[in-house]
Structure formats: C-alpha cells, structure tokens
Design a protein around this ligand. Structure first.
Ligand code: IMP
Ligand code: MG
Length: 209
C-alpha cells in the first residue's frame, strides 16, 4: 500500500492573506490547503521512492494533461536531479496524453483521451476522485502490453464515490472538497495558481458553464 500525507477532513487550511495568491482569485477561494512548498517537498520524496523501485529500468513517463502538468514537471525535475547526482541512474523519456471528463465540479461518465504515442510505464496524474478516469486510461495502456505500469497521483480524494482504485504512488490524501491550483482547474480557471486551494461555493456559481 502506498503511503501518503493525510490532510484531515476538519483541516480548514491556511488563511489566504498569509500567502501570495493572484488578485483575480482572491474572492474565489476559501483557503490554501496545500502550499506550493509542501507540494514540492512531498514530490521530491515520491521521486526518490520511484527511482528506488525502478531499479535502473528505463522509465517512459506519461503526463496526464492538463491537470497533471505541474506535478509531472516537478516530479521529472526531482528524478533528473537524482539521476545526475548519484552513481546509479534511470533512463527517462517523456510523453503526454490529454484526458477530459469533468464539467463544473462533476465527473461526467465519458472520459475523452487525446494523444500519446508510446503508451507505457509511469503515468503522472493530478487527482484521483472516483478512480474512473484512471481505470479507463489503465485499460488503454494495457492494450499496448507494457512491461510494467505504475501510477503516481499527487492527490487522492477520500470520497464515498471512490471505485476503490488506488495509485502506486500518492502525494496527499485529501478531503472530499473541490480543490484548485497547481494546474487543477474548475472549468479551465485556477490553473494559474501556485498553491492548492479550496474553491468557494460562490466561485462554483461564478465560473459555472
Ligand atoms: P475521477 O475519474 O473521478 O477519479 O476524476 C479524476 C479527474 O477529475 C481528475 O483528473 C480531475 O480532472 C477531475 N477532478 C476530480 N476532483 C477534482 C478536484 O477537486 N479539483 C479539480 N479537478 C478534479
Ligand atoms: Mg479538470
């Protein structure tokens, strides 16, 4: 079982005014739940765990866009740093795939897949809620008969809607709230926010499509 940093249900997060948040989002967020620095510190450790487990195998790292791009970029940087500062190293190539399943704060039953030519190995993802998106991608990846597929997700949501799916590497387990920032969006807004924040109910109305 993957270990993770648990953010408790009654954790109200940190007051917005203690952090730097874009002016245009100040009215839309309840609090900062995971500051950017903590995301990076946890990602650094995930990189170490992944390199240890890969034991010198070539990694094809697959970024699940758009929400996974910040986590993916930081995770790759930490793996690169390990590679260039130790006597052992793992060859690394990257690929990108785009998945879309969300409208407003609800999962739609349809998962759209766009792109990706070499579908194998390590997939880096933003958040697992019900697990449906990841299960769809995994069945696709398995059609390519990869030697091994491992999934790293920065966040896993504690929710009764979960299918029971758990990624191989987990950054944080988070409460059942809608989170934005660090590339996670609400109808394409909030990707330009460094910290992971709790979206306010008012903002859900304001940016509804
Ligand atoms: P699942 O298929 O229910 O596991 O949903 C996973 C996908 O839904 C993620 O890749 C996100 O795109 C989106 N999602 C789920 N929860 C959140 C959230 O709290 N904030 C932003 N996006 C979310
Ligand atoms: Mg989204």
């Amino acid at each position: 079982m993957a270990s993770y940093l648990e953010i408790l249900d009654d954790d109200q997060g940190h007051e917005l005014s203690l952090f730097c948040v874009p002016k245009h989002y100040e009215e839309d967020l309840d609090s900062v739940i995971i500051p950017n620095g903590l995301i990076k510190d946890r990602t650094e450790r995930l990189a170490r765990d992944i390199v240890r487990d890969m034991g010198g195998h070539h990694i094809v790292a697959l970024c699940v866009l758009k929400g996974g791009y910040k986590f993916f970029a930081d995770l790759m940087d930490y793996i690169k740093a390990l590679n260039q500062n130790s006597d052992k190293s793992v060859p690394l190539t990257v690929d990108f795939i785009r998945l879309k399943s969300y409208s407003n704060d609800q999962s739609t039953n349809c998962v759209k897949v766009i792109g990706g030519d070499e579908l194998s190995a390590l997939a880096g993802k933003d958040i697992v809620e019900t697990g449906r998106t990841m299960e769809t991608l995994l069945s696709l990846l398995n059609e390519c008969n990869p030697k091994m597929v491992k999934v790293a997700s920065l966040l896993v949501k504690r929710t009764p809607r979960s299918s029971g799916y758990r990624p191989d590497y987990i950054g944080f387990e988070v409460p059942d709230k809608f989170l934005v920032g660090y590339a996670l969006d609400y109808n394409e807004y909030f990707r330009d926010l460094s910290h992971i924040c709790i979206l306010s109910d008012r903002a859900k109305e304001k940016y509804k499509v």
